[in-house]
Design a protein. Structure first.
Length: 752
């Protein structure tokens, strides 16, 4: 982290940015009326309903860890799998549901893995194997070693290259391993969850099972809501290009056509929590987040409205665990698959690789920077990837090549620069005593260490001491006792550490400084039971916020959260223990809230490189220094960009004026804009420059028109991240719609 060294530059940059924004807003008739969201997610808050639903599921957990299914007193594999998914959707650890016998739903699935996924002859059910993989990944378990089986290997052996189907001869009761929609969609979801490549022929096979009405079902000529919703999620998970596939859009049209007038979806003639939740997940996967106004029914009620209306007094949905688990995922707008920490890290690293410069570096404030590159290298090594194999697309120069070329100048900048480079080189499998023609260890011990002052660089600088100590520890060098003491003495009365002892408005005890100091003190040999370490831990516990994360400069910060977590991990803290839970969320979930679904971590709604580099090690539960067996880096499918804008047609209601709602999906970074023109149907002149106001997932506009006449609306959408309209993603899109005044829409404030 280098922002503390660049305070003047940051302030100047902020002033320039504010000036530009003011200039743009004053000249733009479509100016946004809302700032970018802080969170990297863009969902409606149903935390109370989710918490009550989880409490209900606790009452359905049996001593073996499983969740009661349709037979009272008997755990059910399918229901337990859906419960694990629900916990992940709600950002709770699997341990959130721990039985009286100290077992979790995943413990139950581990014990039942082989019998659940195989028939009595030992033949695999592809669909069940896929479901088990989805649950294992969501629960941060390894599906290649789960319940005594490599579920991925067994599933891939059922693939028929000639047909594209995943199928076997397994049969048990009504369940078969035959080539059908259910087995195919779950096999694809399982492989996508594990970030395995899904063959094109496999998705083609699934697409070919589409019914004439645009949905997917059981081959009877008619689509089924739940099945269609799952197929859409499977196709979108397999390849982001599927979003523009005509059949996916036809499936979405099918769901829209069978939507109930009240906003939800029915099953067997009655409004269904299961079906409504499944569709919400599907439309969220397609980019309609939040899944509210963009999928509102004619009377103005949203799918979320209907789903909430099905809640029972005991917090359940449908008075059963399965419907309740489904509803939780729907309320959270969490499409399948829900990735675990390793998969989320892989997406972050793939995004980082796309930001890498041709010379192997990463940039900070627009310029290639060795320190930034060191942070990125640490992230790759944490995940087990050799940084020497991390090369920008189209280049031949690796991250380590860049650091080698800049080593001689970088080590002379400051003690923390030299210390961080030593740490990076050793972790990447190199020798810090001979890197880029530089003996980094010698620079640390002879240039930057002062026996007289008893510290490295500036003795009052926490970062100088901490990074130098970490670098020496990684290189296996002895750490001067006086340096350890100097760092310990920088601890403040509240138990935390400052960046240094400068008297400045920005320089106070902070979680990032404290987390870094704790890592260094432990690496230097200080015992976790030392009173100074205990005081540091207490400081971090007092600073943890209600979301389970930590603040930096008064607002939630991915960087501060990451460094806090690493300090606590170094001390030996279990970050899933009760003492670190806030509202049921662990620090891991608190950190995950900053990450967008396609990989990068965000600050202020915008992708943030610095946050991403520094978040990955903490996301994976690793502190400095560490050692890893390294393998070649390979990127993964990052999915759809949630910063693109997904368009939907406007709606309007007539009264004393015409109130217009223009829904949209995604655009998490809030840089999309729209322009609304309108005219009375049949006229030739457009009324332009209409003021629009942005809300969560929709714009509003009011037209001074009292006559109840049909109007034609022309909405122009623009977004630098792309605008999706049906099967096309372009920079801009324009929708023309004629709306009649005979349909009355409920005002937003009147909706339940």
């Amino acid at each position: 982290m280098y922002w503390r060294k660049l305070i003047p530059s940051i302030i100047l940059g902020a002033m320039i940015t504010i000036g530009l924004l003011l200039s743009l807003n004053l000249s733009d008739a479509t100016a946004q009326a809302r700032s970018a969201p802080i969170s990297a997610t863009f969902t409606v808050d149903h935390s109370d309903a989710v918490s009550q639903a989880l409490a209900y599921l606790q009452t359905k957990q049996l001593p073996n860890g499983g969740i009661e299914g349709w037979v009272p007193g008997t755990a059910d594999g399918f229901t337990t799998i859906k419960t694990v998914i629900a916990l992940a959707a709600a950002h709770r650890p699997v341990s959130f549901l721990t039985s009286v016998s100290d077992t979790t739903p995943l413990d139950y699935l581990v014990a039942q893995a082989i019998t659940y996924t195989h028939d009595t002859s030992g033949t695999l059910f592809p669909g069940r194997a896929g479901m088990l993989i989805v649950a294992a990944v969501a629960g941060n378990e390894n599906p290649t070693d789960f319940g005594g089986m490599n579920v991925i290997d067994e599933l891939t052996t059922t693939y028929n290259a000639a047909t594209g189907a995943y199928s076997t001869t397994a049969t048990q009761g009504l369940t078969t391993g035959a080539a059908n929609t259910t087995n195919q969609l779950w096999a694809i979801l399982g492989l996508a969850a594990a970030q395995e490549t899904v063959p094109v022929s496999a998705t083609d096979f699934l697409v070919d099972l589409q019914e004439p009405d645009g949905g997917w079902g059981w081959g009877g000529g008619y689509g089924d809501v739940d099945t269609t919703a799952l197929v859409i999620q499977a196709l979108l998970a397999s390849d982001s290009a599927e979003a523009t596939r005509a059949q996916v859009q036809e499936g979405l049209d099918f769901l829209k056509n069978v939507q109930a007038a009240s906003g939800g979806w029915e099953s067997w003639g009655s409004l269904s929590a299961d079906s409504t939740a499944a569709v919400i997940q599907a439309v969220a996967a397609a980019g309609y987040i939040p899944a509210t106004e963009s999928w509102a029914a004619a009377i103005g009620r949203t799918p979320q409205d209907d789903l909430l209306s099905l809640r029972s007094p005991d917090g359940s949905f449908g008075y059963n665990a399965l419907s309740t688990a489904h509803a939780i995922a729907g309320l959270a707008e969490a499409p399948l698959p829900i990735f675990g920490r390793m998969q989320r890290a892989n997406r972050a690293l793939t995004w980082m690789n796309e930001q890498q410069n041709g010379d192997g570096s990463w940039s900070l404030f627009g310029f290639p920077d060795p320190g930034a590159t060191c942070d990125a290298v640490l992230a790759y090594a944490t995940a087990g990837f050799d940084p020497a194999t991390v090369i920008a697309p189209g280049s031949i120069t690796s991250a380590m090549d860049y650091l080698s070329a800049t080593a001689s100048s970088f080590v002379t900048k400051s003690a923390d620069s030299a210390g961080k480079l030593a740490l990076v080189v050793e972790i990447a499998g190199g020798d810090a005593r001979d890197f880029g023609g530089v003996d980094v260890v010698r620079v640390l011990t002879e240039t930057w260490y002062s026996p007289t002052l008893g510290g490295f660089g500036v003795p009052t600088n926490t970062w100088h001491q901490a990074w130098a100590i970490l670098g020496l520890a990684a290189a296996g060098e002895p750490i001067p006792v006086s340096a350890t003491q100097t760092l310990a003495d920088l601890q403040q009365a509240d138990g935390g550490w400052k960046y240094d002892l400068t008297d400045a408005w920005w320089n106070s005890t902070g979680p990032d400084n404290t987390g870094l100091a704790l890592q260094a003190l432990i690496a230097a040999g200080m015992a976790p039971a030392d009173t100074r370490v205990i005081s540091g831990v207490s400081f971090l516990q007092a600073q943890q916020n209600a979301q389970g994360s930590w603040d930096g400069w008064g607002s939630p910060s991915a960087n501060s959260t990451a460094y806090s977590m690493q300090g606590l991990l170094a001390v030996g803290e279990d970050l899933e223990a009760a003492r670190w839970l806030k509202g049921g969320h662990t620090p891991y979930e608190g950190l995950a809230a900053f990450q967008k679904i396609d990989g990068p971590f965000a600050q202020g709604g915008a992708d943030n490189s610095l946050a991403t580099w520094q978040a990955v090690p903490a996301l994976l539960g690793v502190h400095y220094p560490f050692s890893r067996t390294l393998a070649a880096f390979s990127g993964v499918n990052r999915g759809l960009d949630p910063d693109r804008m997904v368009v939907t047609p406007p709606r309007a209601s007539w009264g004393d004026s015409v109130d217009v709602i223009i829904p949209f999906g995604s655009d998490l970074d809030a840089d999309g804009i729209i322009a609304l023109d309108w005219r009375i149907a049949g006229e030739t002149v457009w009324v332009t420059g209409t003021m629009v106001y942005r809300n969560d997932g929709y714009y509003t506009a009011t037209l001074s028109l009292t006559n109840p006449v049909a109007c034609e609306f022309q909405v122009a959408f623009a977004d630098p991240d792309g605008v999706q309209s049906g099967t096309k993603i372009t920079d801009t899109a324009t929708l023309n719609t004629v709306l009649e005044p005979h349909t009355i829409y409920l005002p937003l404030v009147l909706r339940s």
